[in-house]
Design a protein around this ligand. Structure first.
Ligand code: ACM
Length: 268
């Protein structure tokens, strides 16, 4: 199976221009699953919730329609981020569309910084679904810092985690080695590049270095911090199936939830 990412600087507020950029980026890519950055058709730094609403789309809006058409035409699956509108709720969401037209969505559950004022927090557990013969889940950007996100996807059977991102902190790429090691799972972190300074006193520089990480934490591909382009690697998703560390230890079976009091409880 060929999995990849595309890294680029979205233009804030211009969905059609970003779809055009993605069309030309993806044109030459041969892959089975391609992951695009978080909020890849809108840009990231919204001034207020009105601006989020103005750039929001229902799941059958232009971004996901575009992705479905491309996935069907090119026979690959495509994952990326968009602003999802559901009634008057606004989510920082990811889509995953398959060549035969299936659409899966994920609503970011751990909102980062000012996102907490702009978006509604995701209201559903991360799901695992089957696509291209592989069990796949999604998380978005800052979800990485909560090990629970990827652990849930692992326990639900994921072999591959698609991870659209707009990273501004420098830690995620290194941390993904640990996330993939402790879960024995593949991950594609598709990050954006560029700078946005639309909010007084808040200049955001995105860290690029999109990365494909394998079980045992091996980095299979990493982009430059400022390059535009796509990278694809070949993997065997079944390499994520064994959770054995040695003949005596298994990463799932050896957990001792009865000795982790409070870890899985609801918030007080
Ligand atoms: C982030 O979650 N976009 C940092």
């Amino acid at each position: 199976m060929r999995i990849g990412f595309c890294q680029f600087p979205p233009l804030f507020g211009n969905i059609q221009a970003n779809l055009d950029s993605l069309d030309s980026l993806i044109k030459e890519v041969e892959a089975d699953v391609i992951v695009l950055p978080e909020l890849c058709t809108t840009g990231y730094q919204f001034v207020d919730r009105n601006e989020v609403a103005n750039l929001s789309e229902p799941v059958d809006g232009p971004t996901v329609q575009w992705a479905r058409n491309l996935a069907s035409k090119r026979s690959f699956s495509l994952c990326g981020g968009f602003v999802e509108r559901d009634g008057d709720r606004l989510f920082n969401s990811a889509f995953f569309v398959t060549p035969n037209g299936d659409v899966h969505t994920y609503r970011k559950i751990h909102l980062f910084n000012r996102e907490t004022e702009l978006f509604d927090p995701g209201d559903r557990p991360p799901q695992v679904f089957q696509a291209q013969g592989t069990r796949i889940g999604m998380m978005i950007c800052f979800d990485w810092i909560f090990p629970e996100t990827m652990r849930c996807l692992n326990l639900a059977g994921a072999q591959l985690v698609c991870h659209p991102s707009n990273l501004v902190l420098p830690y995620c790429q290194e941390a993904m080695k640990t996330r993939c090691l402790e879960n024995q799972i593949f991950a594609v972190t598709a990050n954006r590049i560029g700078t946005e300074s639309r909010v007084p006193g808040e200049t955001l520089t995105f860290t690029g270095a999109s990365q494909i990480t394998a079980p045992y934490g091996k980095v299979l591909a990493r982009a430059e911090e400022i390059s535009i382009g796509c990278q694809v690697v070949k993997i065997d998703p079944t390499d994520a199936d064994s959770k054995n560390v040695n003949p005596y230890n298994n990463l799932v079976a050896d957990r001792r939830p009865e000795l982790y009091p409070g870890l899985c409880g609801a918030k007080k």
